[in-house]
Design a protein around this ligand. Structure first.
Ligand code: FES
Length: 302
């Protein structure tokens, strides 16, 4: 067999994959990660009865989409604006006005970075293994970058513009590297992506004899799509097979006071609509109408 020489793009892809794999294998990060996770647990517990509200706000449950990616774009865009204004201030001669504007843009970037850190760490605490290790490196790079932006802002305010420009440029390099890791978590590991899978699109379809519902969740398949049936008192619920957060099998979940509970991270979904009532999930759980006809449970897409 003749070995075909690898193209430049293949070599780049292999290099990127091996960098991510190497980062994902850094098991020494697990101990500080668990410490950080425990600290976060205490922090959220300290919010008392507002705990779920605070966590939902940070996850983006209210938005139906993770909030972190939206906020993470703020420092990237704002600092790029600051650097462009720095360049214009040199070229145009309108030094004072441009420097004020670039400091303002940098300030927006710092605030965005703080928001991105709060939302990112809230999402990160529910990740595992390689994603968790890459996630903590992503977070550390952002913390250092935000620190450099803060130094830059202060230097600019004190009139040390050149020093401020250098530190914001260094920080931006870190932000770019961190953005790459963040994107690999989304596109490579599916963090923040709706993992519920395809949704059923059928009319009333018999799926199971009602006598087979013995109190345990039952998985059935309709058109190749998994559906989980739960009995809740007199009602029969039909929901998607996988949790939209990280794809936990909902056949291991349970129903608690009218809410379907995910077995992995405790997200809660409305029994009727599948809407998220408690994160970390942000997308709704597929939920189907049910009825009993001639001793058979039938499901139908809403
Ligand atoms: S898999 Fe995380 S809440 Fe369901």
């Amino acid at each position: 067999m003749v070995n075909r020489p690898r193209s430049t793009s293949e070599r780049k892809r292999t290099f990127r994959t091996s960098v991510l794999k190497t980062l994902g294998r850094q098991r020494w990060l697990d101990r500080p990660s668990y410490r950080l996770e425990h600290s976060l647990t205490f922090l959220f517990a300290a919010c008392g009865r507002h705990r779920d509200r605070v966590a939902n706000a940070l996850h983006g449950t209210w938005l139906g989409h993770p909030l972190h990616p939206a906020l993470a774009a703020v420092p990237t865009g704002a600092v790029a604006t600051a650097m462009a204004l720095d360049a214009v201030s040199v070229l145009s001669g309108h030094t004072a006005a441009m420097r004020d504007a670039s400091r303002l843009a940098l300030g927006v970037g710092i605030l965005g970075g703080i928001g991105a850190a709060a939302t990112g760490v809230t999402d990160w605490q529910h990740t595992h293994e390689e994603s968790r290790r890459i996630g903590i490196i992503h977070g550390l790079l952002n913390v250092v970058a935000t620190g450099l932006y803060a130094m830059s802002w202060w230097d600019r305010r004190r009139g040390r513009h050149f020093r401020g420009t250098v530190s914001s440029a260094l920080g931006y390099g870190l932000t770019m590297s961190s953005d790459y890791l963040g994107a690999s978590l989304v596109y490579g590991s599916g963090i923040g992506v709706d993992r519920a899978g395809p949704r059923l699109d059928v009319g009333w379809t018999p799926v199971l004899s009602v006598t087979a519902l013995n109190g345990q969740p039952q998985r059935v398949e309709v058109d190749g799509i998994g559906v989980v049936l739960h009995r809740d008192g007199d009602h029969i619920l039909a929901v998607g097979e996988y949790c939209p957060h990280l794809g936990a099998p909902m056949s291991d979940g349970w129903v608690d006071r009218g809410r379907v509970v995910c077995p992995w991270h405790g997200a809660r979904f409305d029994c009727g609509s599948g809407d998220v009532l408690r994160g970390p999930a942000t997308a709704s759980l597929p939920s189907y109408a049910t009825r009993v006809r001639d001793g058979m449970v039938e499901v139908c897409a809403r």
